[in-house]
Every structure is written in structure tokens, then in C-alpha cells.
Write a protein that binds this ligand. Structure first.
Ligand code: SF4
Length: 223
């Protein structure tokens, strides 16, 4: 079967989307609208229609370069195109390429969770609650023994409060499949993207975060 997907772009050489140097595939379409989103250009479901075989051929060219890392399926929300993503992961495995997925955890597609080498789940606790579907997703990872890295974008004066950090702490303590927790400092590098797209940047009013904010939050989480 010749699978097709809508993607925005392929970036080669990321050191921040999982272990080692990675090739990142940005899928288009997202079922959330996070106020801090760095990739609002992927919100549209349009994207470039891409063949599975063409994409695998393109990634294979970087095989040597990403040999200590792999491929990260990102977006947008990759689970919206789960069938293609599972086929991509399986095709990359044939090439011996490690493949992980960045997700918001709202769609627990069992076949895709099972196929990939790991999940990076970004928990959205900025408004003080976490969608129930995220817990369903983590239940599925637990059941399948899938390794999860939990990420959370820390926005100063928004979700670095004890109440909201405790949400992260509770999730981390509840699931043994979560092997790592990474707090990410809120940045505004994406402001120009919003300007280009003519969309207001929802978190414009918040200050950027830094190492001090992260250290403080990590210390709280370890208490
Ligand atoms: S889930 Fe990810 S891609 Fe979608 S809006 Fe949130 S940060 Fe952006």
C-alpha cells in the first residue's frame, strides 16, 4: 500500500528532540491550540502531500548522520495521521533507524504506540487541568511497556506554581513507563511566525523562562 501523509517539512540535525542527532518530520494538523506553540504553521491540515516511499528515501540519505540518534515524528500532532506514521516507523525499522514520536497524548492509537521506539509526551497543564485522554494514553503506554519521556513547557508566572507543578509530579509518580521528565523553558522565538501568519501570539504577555526557573521547578518536583 502506498501511504500518503500531509507534512510541513523535514528538518535534519536536531539535538533537542530525543537522544542523539535526529531527523524531525513535522506533520501538519493539530487538535490543540497551545498558547506557547512554536509551530503554528503546522496547524493547517493542508501541508505537502508526501508518499511514504519518497519520505523514507529522503531520510535514508541522512542515515549515517543520524546513526546515534534517529527520527522524531513531530508536528502538529502525528497521531492524527497514525496509520501513515506506523507505516513510516515500520519502514524505518527495516533500515535500522530508531523512531520516536512527539505528541500531546490525546489519541492513544495502539498500533502506533506499539510500533514506535518511544514517546515524548508534552503535558499541557498551563490552564490548571490535564485532559482525561492524556491519562488514557499513558495507561496504554503502561500496558504496552512503552518508554515515555514527559515534557512540560514551563511558563513563568503561569504554570510554575506549586498547584500546577503538582499535576506533573502526580503524573510522573503514577506511571512507571515514564522514564524521564524534561521541563522546557518558555521561549518567544516563534513570535515572527505568528506575525507572518497574521495570528495573535496568545502568550505574548508572558516572560521567557530560563535556567533559574527550570532549576527551581526541578527542585520542587524532587521534594
Ligand atoms: S499540541 Fe504541539 S503542535 Fe499542537 S498546538 Fe500544542 S504545541 Fe502546537
Amino acid at each position: 500500500m502506498n501511504y500518503k501523509a500531509r507534512i510541513d517539512s523535514v528538518y535534519n540535525g536536531s539535538a533537542v528532540d530525543g537522544k542523539g542527532l535526529r531527523c524531525v518530520v513535522f506533520f501538519t494538523g493539530c487538535n490543540m491550540r497551545c498558547g506557547f506553540c512554536h509551530n503554528p504553521e503546522t496547524w493547517t491540515e493542508m501541508g505537502n502531500e508526501t508518499d511514504l516511499s519518497d519520505l523514507v528515501r529522503k531520510i535514508k540519505r541522512y542515515k549515517n548522520y543520524i546513526k546515534n540518534g534517529g527520527v522524531t515524528l513531530s508536528g502538529g500532532e502525528p497521531f492524527l495521521q497514525a496509520e501513515f506514521c506506523a507505516a513510516l516507523v515500520n519502514a524505518l525499522h527495516v533500515e535500522g533507524i530508531n523512531s520516536i514520536i512527539e505528541t500531546n497524548g490525546l489519541i492513544a492509537d495502539e498500533a502506533l504506540i506499539e510500533a514506535c521506539d518511544g514517546i515524548r509526551l508534552d503535558v499541557k497543564n498551563q490552564d490548571g487541568r490535564v485532559d482525561k485522554r492524556v491519562y488514557d494514553f499513558l495507561d496504554k503506554c503502561e500496558e504496552l511497556g512503552k518508554e515515555v519521556t514527559l515534557t512540560n513547557v514551563l511558563v513563568p508566572a503561569l504554570n510554575d506554581t506549586p498547584l500546577k507543578l503538582n499535576i506533573i509530579k502526580d503524573i510522573k509518580n503514577r506511571y512507571s513507563c515514564i522514564k524521564e521528565l524534561k521541563l522546557l523553558a518558555f521561549r518567544k522565538l516563534c513570535t515572527s511566525k505568528y506575525e507572518r501568519l497574521g495570528i495573535p501570539f496568545p502568550y505574548e504577555k508572558y516572560e521567557e523562562g530560563g535556567k533559574k526557573d527550570l532549576d527551581k521547578a526541578y527542585a520542587f518536583l524532587q521534594e
